[in-house]
Design a protein around this ligand. Structure first.
Ligand code: PEP
Ligand code: MN
Length: 454
């Protein structure tokens, strides 16, 4: 018999220590354990098939080990928060297409393989600065992403609903299915991607990238003339990543791999811990230390070098190649001052992590007309700062982590085909943070490639 109010966690895979997080300080979760649908939603997720296979997760870890060695580059991109309505063929293909286009340009610029990863197929949970939101005289729970509650400012929408975790699972499955179909089925053909990039170049605003675009084109023609095996270039690996914020979801989707007997989060290949939940003694760090996936941790401007070292100790005690990625998000104004002590401390400790720049989250401003936005120039300045810091420290700048979309939205200011504040009213779609649109994303890739080939 279960006593009233007692929580039983049915069905989730058992492994020593996997429930330790329940006794630790746990931030940014909805209060829904007593909800009448919690147990059935949790139980359903616990028995559903995994979204990713542990063998793929291990393969990704090997790819990231190459990045840590300076032999590959990592590109992570996608929405701040995915939405259920945007699980459509058009939206998903536009995002995948944009990431593939960026990857081709970066591959040329870095002359290295690019590991491609979407903030996709699971990026549904959001941390918030406050538990409650007040408008006028009404106060309701904050929107925590569609895996928890609805965006509309009504009591009905804002009450956390555990059944949403099941919807998020099925939407992630549908998204991943289409990503796999695209990237395995010929959509990723290098020649097609090159054709799309020619479309970008037809815009006179992008004429300044003509030289590098021409070089890439000639490189593709050269490969073709040499009889390169384009069959193998029709497919590409593409990995799914999200913030492992909602621990009920992550715990229910954890499985013990039959090959190795080890636990894996099977909600995505790569998961990261956000800036607000990376407390050393908190639930998130403990839980993720116990699963075998490659992990990311966001590091903001208040991070101390000792904290970075302790995070390595907790999350990668074996110093496993590819296990840990630090995603710095300092802000353009801070990066040249705040990143060096972290990079140097990690370098001097002998640990090898992947260093990635998130040039979005430290550069958020509020536009005069009230929209949350970011300036393209600030974003690019942080990217440049990231490369400078690593060059000075003799360490490897391993990749980019960006909030972007494949659509022609107007959420970030600037770019060569300029977006200004007046465009926000019609074309601002993000429910949370502003994303680079299709053109701004490609422009970033060209700028990075240009600086890498100089
Ligand atoms: C995010 O990646 O959307 C996010 C919330 O980032 P951070 O944890 O760095 O603030
Ligand atoms: Mn965000």
């Amino acid at each position: 018999m279960t006593a009233p109010g007692e929580i039983i966690h049915t069905g989730a895979a058992e492994y020593p220590g996997l429930d330790r997080w329940r006794e630790l300080p746990l931030k940014q979760q909805p209060d829904w354990r007593g909800h009448p649908d919690f147990q059935s939603a949790y139980g359903e997720l616990s028995t559903n098939p995994p979204l990713v296979f542990a063998g793929e997760v291990d393969k990704l870890k090997n790819r990231l080990a190459q990045v840590a060695e300076g032999k590959a580059f990592l590109l992570q991109g996608g929405d701040c928060a995915e939405t259920f309505d945007d699980v459509t063929a058009d939206k998903i293909s536009a995002k995948v297409k944009t990431i593939l286009q960026m990857a081709v340009v970066l591959t040329y610029g870095a002359a290295l393989p690019v590991v491609k990863m979407g903030r996709m197929a699971g990026q549904y949970a959001k941390p918030r600065s406050s538990d409650m939101e007040t408008r006028g005289d009404i106060t309701l729970p904050s929107f925590r992403g569609e895996i928890v509650n609805g965006f509309d400012f009504t009591e009905e929408a804002r009450i956390p609903d555990p059944k949403r975790m099941v919807r998020a699972y099925h939407n992630s499955a549908a998204t991943l299915n289409l990503i796999r179909a695209f990237t395995e089925g010929g959509f990723a053909d290098l020649r097609a991607v090159q054709q799309w990039n020619k479309g970008f170049m037809e815009n006179p605003a992008h004429a300044k990238y003509e030289q590098i675009a021409g070089e890439i084109d000639r490189a593709v023609q050269f490969m073709q003339a040499c009889g390169a095996d384009f069959e193998s270039l029709k497919r590409t690996e593409f990995y799914a990543a999200h913030e492992a914020l909602l621990l009920d979801y992550e715990r229910a989707l954890t499985r013990i791999d039959s090959r190795t007997g080890q636990p894996y989060v099977t909600s995505g290949h790569f998961v990261w811990i956000g800036e607000r939940t990376r407390d050393l003694d908190g639930a998130h760090v403990d839980y993720l230390s116990r699963v075998r996936n490659p992990l990311g941790v966001k590091l903001g401007p208040t991070t101390k070098p000792e904290t970075a070292l302790e995070l390595i100790e907790k999350l990668d005690p074996e110093r496993e190649p590819g296990r840990l990625t630090f995603i710095s998000r300092m802000g353009a104004a801070n990066i040249r001052e705040k990143l060096p002590p972290l990079v140097e401390a990690v370098r001097d400790s002998g640990a090898k992590v992947v260093w990635v720049t998130d040039p979005m989250h430290g550069n958020t401003i509020t536009a005069k007309n009230g929209y949350k936005t970011r300036r393209f120039d600030d974003v690019m300045d942080e990217v440049r700062g990231f490369f400078e810091v690593h060059q000075a420290a003799g360490t490897y700048p391993g990749g980019l982590h960006v909030e972007m979309t494949g659509d022609d939205v107007a959420e970030c200011l600037g770019g060569s085909d300029v977006i200004d504040e007046s465009a926000f009213d019609g074309r601002y779609e993000s429910l949370v943070d502003p994303r680079l649109n299709h053109k701004q994303s490609l422009e970033m890739a060209f700028l990075v490639a240009e600086s890498l080939t100089k």
